[in-house]
Ligand binder design. Structure first.
Ligand code: UT7
Length: 329
């Protein structure tokens, strides 16, 4: 027993910031950002809190699945940083929804959605749950050094959720972790304990872009290959690859390694940038609402992120194709 995806939802902040907007205060250009990354604009949470984004996405997913919050047996949030260190983002989502189930967060950076799916699969396998809400929400733009052009142009904010019910549609899932803080890290808050005597500096993301890039290309392609092999399917059987949206060049290099046609690689990086854990489920929800997922489609999800972590899975889409609610990007 694993699960089936019964509903999806997402939320993107109202404010859109284009590359040209960034060029008004950074030594950068639309030309550099779009050719090096594929990103043209990103959503920035100005008015919204992480909790508000998460709750909006959760409500959309509950509505899509026809579920009520009282029916939930577990809420699982993947995020780098909710509103508070404690209470967890999941507890805040539970409160706002009026649910009454256990709730906890996990942090696997951009691979968080896949880590959360695997944890949820364990709950279903043990027969502990009938309805699980997985929410991924990130306010990446609050974790950036906005004077560092090599990182702040890459990220955006957003949230997405799925409702899971008992089923057999997770055909294979693989996770990995290789501890490494040199490639990418975000320092923690320092506090003002008079005995600790050190200052960790600002809470902003530090990254060796080229090291992460090389790791990412291998991780994304090998993840799909290994998950497909574990599921007992050929790469040609995959209807759509839904990859973590970090850089269009990473997606293209991974696509070439997999020898897959461009139309089988889904992407919204142009409009969203890298939204960390929210990246995969935002794209999944958009594809669902654009009527691009057909009943029986085999989907390959693949991600890499800080940690360094990776995740990949093969999912069968079991719902009828939706009449397009949203325009295709
Ligand atoms: O979820 C995990 C998130 N992280 C990633 O996925 C990151 C993976 N890495 C990447 O996507 C790419 O390495 C980047 C997009 C971050 C950088 O692209 P790159 O082609 O590896 O550029 P680079 O770091 O080699 O920098 C080339 C030049 C440098 O200038 P010099 O030293 O050659 O004069 C940078 O200072 O580009 C400069 N540069 C910029 N120029 C204009 C770096 N950022 C910018 C910018 N605008 N925003």
């Amino acid at each position: 027993m694993s699960f089936t995806i019964a509903g999806t939802g997402s939320y993107l902040p109202q404010k859109v910031v284009t590359n040209d907007d960034l060029a008004t205060f950074l030594d950068t250009s639309d030309e550099w950002i779009s050719t090096r990354t594929g990103i043209r604009s990103r959503h920035v949470a100005v008015a919204e809190t992480v909790t508000e984004m998460a709750v909006a996405a959760a409500r959309a997913a509950l509505a899509d699945s026809g579920s009520a919050p009282e029916q939930l047996d577990l809420i699982l949030c993947a995020t780098l940083a909710g509103e508070y260190i404690t209470p967890s983002l999941s507890c805040m989502v539970q409160k706002e929804l009026g649910a009454c189930c256990p709730a906890f967060d996990l942090n696997a950076a951009c691979s968080g959605f896949l880590y959360a799916l695997d944890v949820a699969a364990g709950y279903f396998a043990r027969g502990r749950v009938k309805k699980v809400l997985v929410v991924c929400a990130e306010a990446m733009t609050r974790l950036m050094d906005w004077t560092d052009r090599s990182t702040c142009v890459l990220f955006g904010d957003g949230a997405a959720a799925v409702v899971l019910e008992p089923g057999e549609d997770l055909l294979a899932i693989r996770l990995s972790a290789t501890g490494n803080s040199d490639a990418l890290h975000i320092p923690h808050v320092s506090g003002n304990c008079p005995y600790s005597g050190y200052d960790r500096g600002p809470v902003s993301l530090v990254m060796n872009g080229q090291e992460v890039y090389k790791f990412a290309v291998a991780a994304m392609s090998q993840g799909v290959e290994k998950a497909a092999a574990e599921a007992g399917i050929a790469l040609e059987d995959i209807a759509l690859v839904i990859p973590h949206q970090a850089n269009m060049r990473i997606l293209e290099a991974a696509r070439k390694k997999l020898r897959m046609p461009a139309e089988k690689i889904a992407s919204n990086i142009g409009q969203c940038g890298n939204t960390s854990a929210a990246s995969l489920p935002i794209l999944l929800d958009q594809l669902n609402r654009q009527g691009r997922l057909n009943k029986g489609d085999l989907l390959a999800l693949t991600a890499f992120g800080g940690g360094l972590t990776t995740g990949a899975c093969i999912l069968r889409w079991a719902r009828e194709r939706k009449k397009a609610e949203e325009p295709a990007f």
